[in-house]
Write a protein that binds this ligand. Structure first.
Ligand code: FUL
Length: 465
């Protein structure tokens, strides 16, 4: 509970709740409290959540025994002897990330097969039993050091589902193992910016079902890496966007009602809606992360070298994720050599070139914005261009340090003296970027017709075709 809400409650308690009150009065008090709290306590991002969002693009790296078996999910019986990347170079990964304009990378420290990419004390099923660097290697170390050297943030994915560890399914025992693994990862490798959890929960080798300790897991991350954001369906800091095809909801609130998705791994229409769209009156800040792969699978498969997404398609993914108030976590899996495939690297580089070209020339730059409130929760913003320009992309932003407010907007351009609608939508948030059919305009108008009050000025930019 935020401090302001706590003290508000304390004030109420002193004035009214302390005395015997009739149920009717209690209802009124609750109502007054709710609306006052709504204004005072609209959720806002933490510094770590802001950093996470402003990064816009991160690369996801699925790498492990599956890379060598050509599978997506290992069953835990893989021999560590197959893990033999012979040209592994994490600096090649970070160079590709920088060429893509990514600001962070997340590595699968352990996937469902249980094979650990660092020499853990919790199992022998790790790089320490593999030929990699003669059994002396530590991939998490090489990865985190390469990230730091390149000025990129490092994140780690530790699958809770573990098909190798004998304790899996014996809940308290496995939870202790999982805590120990997390402790190793979050104490021995410097700052970790994002800790990534899925809800995968299969049957253990002993046939029993594993009950995870999510509150304990999250508390451990907060204790060991207070600056990290925690990703899962249920956050608590960053939520899954609800699909793996790279598409955030057109309506996308960064606020959610935490009761709708209290733990990872749930399904159902309301769960999926809340993941995809967030909740307008949500009580916590939990922005959505869009994870999607550059290839059909998450791991590298030789047959998929011919099925890498094109630069144009990647640019499209950027617009349906970052352009919709989300963050794009783009998976680019290393090959058996331990390098990103040259085709993937080329596509990443070309994607960035396309995005840079798209946002190269803002025709509204330096121009005066005329802002006027036209109602309690409505406003209009107008920019007049010195001369007509043909534009092909629009970018609208709220100052999310103050929360997220806009709930409905229309963007129009003045074409030959007449206003014409160019784009319309519901939420804006950190960034709402849209490509439009090129059109020649000499003025732009943004009309906000609904918002969570009070409304603050938004930023607008329009880019030359
Ligand atoms: C899921 C996993 O089952 C997939 O293999 C992949 O790692 C994806 C990103 O998360 O939960």
């Amino acid at each position: 509970m935020p401090a302001s809400r706590r003290s508000f409650l304390a004030t109420l308690g002193a004035s009214a709740l302390g005395a015997a009150v009739a149920p009717r009065d209690l209802t009124q008090i609750t109502r007054a409290w709710t609306s006052a709290a709504r204004l005072q306590d609209r959720p806002r991002p933490s510094p770590a959540q802001l950093t996470w969002q402003r990064d816009e693009l991160a690369l996801f790296l699925h790498f492990g025994v599956n890379t060598f078996t050509d599978r997506e999910w290992g069953d835990g019986t893989e021999s560590p002897s197959i893990f033999a990347p012979d040209a592994l170079d994490c600096r090649q990964w970070t160079r590709a990330a920088r060429a893509a304009g990514a600001k962070a990378l997340i590595l699968t420290a352990k996937h469902h097969d249980g094979f650990c990419l660092w020499p853990t004390a919790t199992t022998r099923h790790s790089v320490a039993s593999s030929p990699f660097r003669g059994g002396q290697g530590d991939l998490v170390r090489e990865f985190t050091e390469a990230c730091r050297e390149a000025g990129l943030r490092a994140g780690l994915y530790l699958s809770p589902w573990d098909r190798n560890h004998p304790s899996y399914g014996d809940s308290p025992r496995y939870n202790a193992v999982y805590r120990a693994q997390l402790t190793e990862l979050l104490t021995n490798y410097g700052p970790i910016h994002e800790v990534w959890f899925d809800g995968a929960n299969g049957e253990g080798p002993n046939g029993k079902r594993q009950v995870y300790d999510w509150p304990g897991t999250w508390a451990l991350v907060k204790q060991l890496q207070p600056e990290a954001v925690i990703f899962s369906d249920a956050g608590p800091d960053v939520r899954w966007i609800g699909n793996e095809i790279g598409v955030a909801g057109e309506t996308n609130w960064s606020t959610v009602n935490p009761d709708t998705v209290p733990v990872p791994g749930l399904s159902g229409d309301e769960v999926m809606r809340s993941l995809r769209e967030g909740d307008r009156d949500g009580t916590v800040w939990r922005p959505g992360e869009t994870d999607v792969s550059i290839r059909p699978g998450w791991f590298w498969h030789p047959a998929e070298d011919a099925r890498v997404r094109t630069a144009e398609n990647l640019e499209q993914l950027w617009f349906t994720s970052v352009g919709r108030n989300s963050k794009l976590l783009l998976n680019v899996p290393p090959t058996r050599a331990g390098l990103l495939h040259e085709i993937d690297v080329q596509r990443l580089t070309d994607m960035r070139a396309r995005l840079d070209a798209c946002f190269a020339d803002d025709v509204t730059r330096g121009l005066t914005r005329m802002w006027r409130d036209v109602g309690a929760r409505a406003a209009q913003l107008e920019v007049t261009l010195p001369r007509a320009a043909t534009i092909a992309a629009i970018d609208v932003r709220e100052d999310i340090t103050q929360g997220q407010r806009v709930a409905a907007f229309t963007l129009s351009g003045r074409v030959n003296g007449a206003w014409q609608s160019l784009a319309a939508g519901s939420t804006i948030g950190y960034r709402r970027a849209t490509r439009i059919t090129p059109v020649t305009v000499d003025a732009l108008r943004l009309e906000i017709s609904d918002a969570v009050e009070p409304l603050l000025q938004v930023e607008i930019a329009a880019f030359r075709a």
